[in-house]
Design a protein around this ligand. Structure first.
Ligand SMILES: Cc1cc2nc3c(=O)[nH]c(=O)nc-3n(C[C@H](O)[C@H](O)[C@H](O)COP(=O)(O)OP(=O)(O)OC[C@H]3O[C@@H](n4cnc5c(N)ncnc54)[C@H](O)[C@@H]3O)c2cc1C
Length: 402
C-alpha cells in the first residue's frame, strides 16, 4: 500500500537517509568558519550552497541532530563549527520550549481560526491576504520568495525572517496567517520551529523585541537581486492573543519496555528508529506506518519502512495502526506499540488517540524519547542563551545522545 508505482521525486532537500547522509558528507567542509561567514547570504532558488539544506531530513529525523553534530565536530571541532552547531540547537530549543508550553500551539490554532474568520468579513484585508499569498504584494523580494517557496518548499533562513517581518509589519497581516501559509508550503514544516520563529519575528517571543526587515540590508544580503521599497520603518508589535503559560513538565508518556514483544510504529516525527540501540535488542514482531497526507512525507516514510524491514526482517509489515492492524499486531503477540516521541503537533494528537485505543486491543503505546531531547529540553524553558551556554557540555555527551 505504501509503495506507489511512481514514487515522488527527490528534490534538492533530502528526505531519504542515503541522500541525507550524502548531503551531510558533501556539506561538511562548509560547516565550519565558512558557514559562519556566508550562511546569511540568500543567493536565490537553487543556489543555497552555503547552508546544508538538511532541514527536511532533520525535521523528520531521517538523520538526527546528534549524528549531524558529531560529524561536524569531528571535522571542525566545536569552536570552528560553533555557528552551525548553534543553529542545530535552535531547532532543539524551539521544540523543547513548545513541549513545555503546549498551550501556545493550541492557542495559535485558535487564533488562526479567528484570523481566518476575520478575513471572511473584511474584504480589504482579505484582498491584501490573497495578494500576499499570490506573490502580488509589489514588494520585489517578498513576491520572489513567495514564488520560491511554492516552487521548492524551501526558503533560506534569512529570507524567512524578512518574509515574516514584511508580512507582519509592512503588509499588516496577522502573523498566524503567515505562519500557516508558510508552513503549508514548507518541505521542513515543523510546528515548533515555524510557529515560534514567527512569534520571535513579531516581537512576541522575546517580549517587545521584534525583527524589522531593512531594504538596504536585503539589497546587500541578496547581492543586489532585490531593491524593495515601502518597507515599514517601525515594528508595531501585534497584541498577543495567546496567554503564554509558565513552563510545565513534559506530558506523561510510557517508555518502551524492552522485555515485551512490540510493534514498531513509524511516524514522521522519528524516521530512524532502527538505529536506536535501545530498540535494537527488542523482540519486534510487527512494523507499521502512521499514514501521511503529503507526498514528501510518504517518500520519507517509505524509505524508513525499508530500513526498518532490513533491521527487523522477521517482523510482519502491517497496513496501518487502525483496527485491522491492531488486531493483527495483537495476534502476533505484541503487547506494546513502540514509536518515537511525538513533539507537540498533529502527530502527537493522532498518537494520543491511538494510545487511548490500544488497550482495547491488549496493547500499550510507548514512546522513545531520544536522549538528545531529554538532556537538552530542561534548558529550553527560558531564552536561547540558557541553552547555548550548555552546548559544549551537551555535545561532550554526543556519543550517547541518541
Ligand atoms: C519564520 C521562520 C519559519 C521557520 N520555519 C521552520 C520550519 O517550519 N521548519 C524548520 O525546520 N525550520 C524552520 N525555520 C528555521 C530555519 O529557517 C530552517 O531550519 C533553515 O532555513 C533550514 O535550512 P538549512 O537546513 O539549509 O539550514 P542550515 O543553516 O544548514 O542549518 C542546519 C539545521 O539547523 C536547524 N536550523 C537552522 N536554523 C534554524 C532556526 N533559525 N531555527 C530552528 N532550526 C534551525 C535546521 O534543522 C537546519 O537544517 C524557520 C525560520 C523562520 C525565521
Amino acid at each position: 500500500m505504501l509503495v506507489k508505482e511512481t514514487p515522488p521525486k527527490q528534490t534538492e532537500f533530502p528526505v531519504t537517509r542515503d541522500y541525507a547522509l550524502q548531503r551531510l558528507e558533501e556539506f561538511l567542509p562548509a560547516a565550519g568558519s565558512q558557514y559562519a561567514r556566508l550562511r546569511n547570504f540568500d543567493r536565490g532558488n537553487g543556489q543555497h550552497v552555503h547552508v546544508s539544506r538538511l532541514s527536511a531530513a532533520l525535521r523528520r529525523r531521517v538523520v538526527c541532530e546528534a549524528e549531524v553534530v558529531a560529524a561536524v565536530v569531528a571535522r571542525h571541532g566545536i569552536v570552528q563549527a560553533e555557528k552551525f552547531i548553534s543553529e542545530i540547537f535552535w531547532r532543539t530549543y524551539w521544540k523543547g520550549w513548545l513541549e513545555q508550553r503546549p498551550a501556545v500551539w493550541t492557542g495559535y490554532l485558535d487564533e488562526l481560526d479567528k484570523a481566518r474568520e476575520q478575513l471572511e468579513v473584511d474584504h480589504d484585508l482579505s484582498q491584501m491576504y490573497e495578494n500576499a499569498c499570490a506573490g502580488l504584494s509589489e514588494i520585489d523580494c517578498f513576491d520572489a520568495w513567495v514564488a520560491e517557496l511554492k516552487d521548492t518548499g524551501y526558503l533560506h533562513n534569512w529570507a524567512r525572517m524578512q518574509f515574516a517581518s514584511i508580512w507582519t509589519f509592512t503588509l499588516g497581516l496577522r502573523w498566524e496567517l503567515g505562519a500557516a501559509f508558510m508552513s503549508s508550503h514548507l518541505v521542513d514544516s515543523d510546528p515548533a520551529s515555524n510557529t515560534l520563529s514567527w512569534r520571535w519575528v513579531a516581537g512576541l517571543h522575546t517580549k517587545g523585541k521584534a525583527y524589522l526587515a531593512d531594504a538596504d540590508r536585503i539589497r546587500a544580503m541578496t547581492n543586489g537581486r532585490f531593491s524593495p521599497t515601502g518597507l515599514a520603518r517601525r515594528a508595531v508589535i501585534p497584541t498577543d492573543g495567546i496567554v503564554v503559560p509558565p513552563p510545565s513538565p513534559l506530558r506523561d508518556f510510557r517508555d518502551p519496555d524492552p522485555s515485551q514483544p512490540a510493534m514498531i510504529l513509524i511516524t514522521i516525527e522519528d524516521l530512524s528508529l532502527e538505529g536506536l540501540p535501545a530498540l535494537g535488542e527488542m523482540d519486534i514482531k510487527a512494523i507499521s506506518v502512521l499514514s501521511a497526507e503529503y507526498e514528501t512525507d510518504r517518500l520519507a516514510l517509505n524509505d524508513a519502512l525499508k530500513r526498518a524491514t532490513n533491521t527487523w526482517p522477521r517482523a510482519a509489515v502491517l497496513v496501518s495502526p487502525e483496527e485491522e492492524g491492531l488486531r493483527a499486531a495483537k495476534a502476533l503477540g505484541c503487547s506494546q506499540i513502540v514509536t518515537g516521541f511525538a513533539s507537540v503537533g498533529p502527530t502527537a494528537q493522532r498518537l494520543d488517540m491511538l494510545g487511548q485505543k490500544a488497550p482495547g486491543y491488549g496493547m500499550q503505546l510507548a514512546e522513545h524519547l531520544r536522549s538528545w531531547d531529554q538532556e537538552a529540553w530542561p534548558f529550553c524553558n527560558k531564552g536561547f542563551y540558557a541553552l547555548r551556554q550548555k552546548i559544549p557540555c551537551l555535545i561532550n555527551a554526543t556519543g550517547t545522545m541518541r
